[in-house]
Design a protein around this ligand. Structure first.
Ligand SMILES: Cc1ncc(COP(=O)(O)O)c(C=O)c1O
Length: 412
């Protein structure tokens, strides 16, 4: 990575000096098809003999520009942008998983990711082995010769658990298993994924990066650190020099066949959002920490969840892995589910909505919404409590938010 700071690097990547009108942000290429001067040239483009955009389900200049910016932010070798965070997760696993393989994963997952593993992937003969990501022995024991990846969320949503990726990485390296982590909750300005041993990152760009919940999007970030020739599905591919077997499989087959590449309008907005990510993240995560700390001693709050709190069992690992504050999500446990509803219904500034890292502060009761379709035994496995409320800190003034929460707590 070069020496420029995080935001400078992003802002100066993809800058077009030769635009016909001198536009300082790449205009949106909102078109499906690209024209070629002759038959030889279009054939060469399809056969990857020249680099050119042919069709926007496969690649597009606006999306390529956004991918370059993500490369600058992360320092990764290859990035591919999809239409949502879930599209990034599903495309990544369709690239590496095959009937008879298994994935070792924490069950502490965002609801749709858990459902994808448990219902969708299992129908294709892929086994997902759920382990406690804080128990290194369990991880070691679950891995065998058919394990095609270890997967976890960087900070689990909504439990706020933090696994020690550096320690897990040692096991995975010894067993030659790639580490794929959903890092949606903490961006690169506060977390160095490559240093922690992450081979592939999945990020829902819907969250911080979209710049205020402007649209859904996701990226698969490949650090090029894993030799995928150990994966039976990828080993025999004849790949070009500049891509890993994984990214080659994604680009040349999976993404174009599944048809969930990022739309150009989304790429434009998420590219702009990325330019202001660092300043927004700093304020949102400072607010999350301050609110979690302030209300952790409130008599009506049974427990406040945030990895940097002294009461969190994950404080030491969080302090070691993250610079600054660990994310803009925090949680409260109240005494009962009825108290959660009573409290949420009295909030005036904070909005009841399911998203994270909007400019607006959001609140949700995960058990009765995101996880409502799961039967009680699965909620138990995933670790979903009906007394938990999840907050996502926005950009409003922290004192106004404190007042809003304080007033609503009086009603329980
Ligand atoms: C941690 C995490 N990963 C992935 C996703 C899925 O992202 P998207 O909604 O962009 O598909 C979410 C959505 O809330 C999430 O919280």
């Amino acid at each position: 990575m070069n020496k420029q700071s995080f935001s400078t690097r992003i802002i100066n990547t993809g800058f077009q000096k030769n635009d016909a009108h001198g536009a300082i942000t790449l205009p949106i290429y909102r078109n499906a098809a690209f024209e070629f001067s002759d038959s030889e040239t279009i054939a060469a483009a399809f056969q990857s003999k020249i680099t050119a955009h042919t069709y926007s389900r496969i690649s597009n200049p606006s999306v390529a520009n956004f991918e370059q910016k993500i490369k600058a932010a992360s320092g990764a070798e290859s990035v591919i942008a999809l239409s949502s965070g879930m599209a990034a997760i599903t495309n990544a696993f369709f690239a590496i998983a095959y009937a008879g393989c298994n994935i070792v994963s924490s069950p502490r997952l965002f609801g749709n990711t858990f459902s994808f593993f448990k219902s969708t992937l299992s129908a294709f003969g892929v086994e997902v082995r759920f382990v406690d990501a804080n128990d290194l022995q369990q991880i070691t024991d679950a891995i065998d010769e058919n394990t095609c990846a270890f997967f976890a969320e960087l900070i689990t949503n909504p439990h706020m658990e933090v696994a020690d990726l550096t320690e897990i990485s040692k096991i995975l390296k010894a067993k030659n298993v790639p580490m794929i982590i959903d890092t949606t909750l903490v961006p690169w300005c506060a977390f160095d994924a490559k240093k922690a041993g992450v081979d592939v990152e999945i990020v829902s760009t819907t969250k911080y990066i979209s710049g205020g919940a402007t649209s859904t999007g996701g990226v698969i970030v490949d650090y090029g650190t894993y030799d995928w020739s150990a994966n039976k599905k990828l080993a025999t591919l004849n790949k070009p020099e500049n891509l890993s077997l994984f990214s080659f499989k994604l680009r040349s087959e999976i993404v174009r066949n599944l048809g969930a590449y990022m739309p150009p309008d989304t790429a434009y907005m998420h590219g702009l959002g990325l330019e202001t990510l660092e300043v927004r993240y700093e304020q949102m995560s400072r607010t999350a920490y301050e609110l979690a700390q302030h209300f952790s001693t409130h008599p009506k709050v049974v427990r406040a969840g945030y990895p940097k709190l002294d009461t969190s069992p994950y404080k030491a690992v969080s302090d070691a892995m993250f610079t600054g504050n660990p994310g803009a999500m925090f949680t409260f446990n109240l005494a009962t589910k009825a108290d959660c509803y009573r409290f949420m219904d009295r909030l005036k500034i904070i909005r009841r909505a399911t998203n994270l890292f909007d400019n607006k502060t959001l609140v949700i009761h995960p058990e009765s919404t995101i996880y409502s379709t799961f039967p009680p035994q699965l909620k138990k496995i995933i670790g979903i409590e009906d007394t938990l409320i999840r907050f996502s800190a926005g950009l409003e003034n922290v004192e106004d938010l404190k007042q809003d929460i304080e007033s609503a707590l009086e009603f329980i």
